[in-house]
Design a protein around this ligand. Structure first.
Ligand SMILES: Nc1ncnc2c1ncn2[C@@H]1O[C@H](COP(=O)(O)OP(=O)(O)OP(=O)(O)O)[C@@H](O)[C@H]1O
Length: 244
C-alpha cells in the first residue's frame, strides 16, 4: 500500500519557490531519506507532509487522506521527531513517556503500560528515573524518538535524528532506527550521506526545490556513473546538478 503520494506539491514563500511541483510515491514500511544541500526544500516538504504548513499548489495523499482536505486524519496517522527534541527537561524519562501517552488519550494505567513497553523496546531501562535534562544528546534523541512512537503512528518523520551526536551515539541510534524498519514508514532528513546510505531503502535528492533523482544508493551511483555515493550526491545536488 502507498504511504505517501505527492501530486505537484509546491510551496512558494512570497513568490519564491521553496518546493517545485514534487511528484513521488513512498510505499508503506519504507525507510525513505531526503537529502539535499542547505535550502534545497527538505524541511518545507516535511512540514507540508506533516500538515505544519499548507502547500501553495498541489496536494499529498497520506494513507488515503489529503493533507489539504483532511489534515486532522493525517495528523492521527503520523508523528514527528523534530530536530530540537520535544522532551520536558525536568521530567524523568518515564514521566516524559507517560505524559505523552496521556496527551494522546491513554488513561493512567494504559500510559504506564505504554511507557513500560517502549522503555523495554528502546532499551531505556537504565535511565528511566533520570531527569531528561541530565541525559546525553544521544539518549535525549533516543527518548525523543520513543516519545514520537507512543501514539503508534503509521508514518514517522525523523528530522536530522543524529545531528551533533558523536560517532558512537550515532551508530547506536542507527541500530534503534534499523529495528523500526518495516514496522513503521520512516521519512528521514539528514545531512550525513553515510546515514542515508546505511539506513534508507530509497533516497531522494533535492536541489533548489526540485527533485533531482530517487533511487536506492546503488541505483543513484549507477545512474550518475560514479564510483561512490558521495560522488553521486554531488553530481545530483551540487551547483548545476543533473536531473535523472
Ligand atoms: N518561513 C519561510 N519564509 C520564507 N522562506 C522560507 C521559509 N522557510 C523556508 N524558506 C526558504 O525556502 C527554501 C527551502 O528551505 P528549506 O528549509 O525547506 O530547505 P532545507 O533543504 O530543509 O535546508 P536545510 O538543510 O538548511 O535545513 C530556502 O530558500 C529557504 O530560505
Amino acid at each position: 500500500m502507498i504511504a505517501i503520494q505527492t501530486i505537484n506539491l509546491t510551496k512558494k514563500y512570497k513568490g519564491k519557490i521553496a518546493v517545485n511541483s514534487l511528484n513521488l510515491t513512498i510505499e508503506q514500511g519504507e525507510l525513505f531519506a531526503w537529502l539535499g544541500l542547505n535550502g534545497a526544500g527538505k524541511t518545507t516538504t516535511i512540514k507540508m507532509l506533516s500538515c505544519l504548513t499548507k502547500p501553495t499548489n498541489g496536494d499529498a495523499i497520506i494513507l488515503g487522506n489529503s493533507i489539504i482536505s483532511n489534515p486532522i486524519k493525517v495528523k492521527e496517522l503520523i508523528n514527528v521527531s523534530p530536530q530540537e527534541t520535544a522532551i520536558a527537561p525536568n521530567l524523568t524519562v518515564r514521566e516524559n513517556l507517560e505524559f505523552i501517552a496521556g496527551i494522546y488519550g491513554s488513561d493512567k494505567r494504559q500510559s504506564k503500560q505504554k511507557a513500560e513497553d517502549i522503555i523495554s523496546s528502546f532499551e531505556l531501562s537504565s535511565i528511566t528515573e533520570e531527569k531528561a535534562k541530565t541525559l546525553s544528546g544521544g539518549w535525549q534523541r533516543r527518548l525523543s524518538i520513543a516519545m514520537a512512537l507512543i501514539s503508534e503512528p503509521q508514518i514517522l518523520f525523523l528530522d536530522e535524528p543524529t545531528l551533533g551526536l558523536d560517532v558512537v551515539a550515532r551508530r547506536e541510534l542507527w541500530s534503534v532506527i534499523k529495528r523500526l524498519k518495516n514496522k513503521v514508514t520512516i521519512i528521514l532528513t539528514t545531512h550525513y550521506l553515510e546515514e542515508a546510505e546505511s539506513l534508507a531503502d530509497r533516497i531522494s535528492i533535492m536541489a533548489k526545490g526540485e527533485l533531482k533523482s530517487i533511487g536506492t544508493p546503488n541505483e543513484l551511483i549507477s545512474k550518475t556513473n560514479t564510483a561512490r555515493f558521495e560522488d553521486a550526491f554531488i553530481a545530483l545536488a551540487g551547483e548545476g546538478g543533473i536531473r535523472i
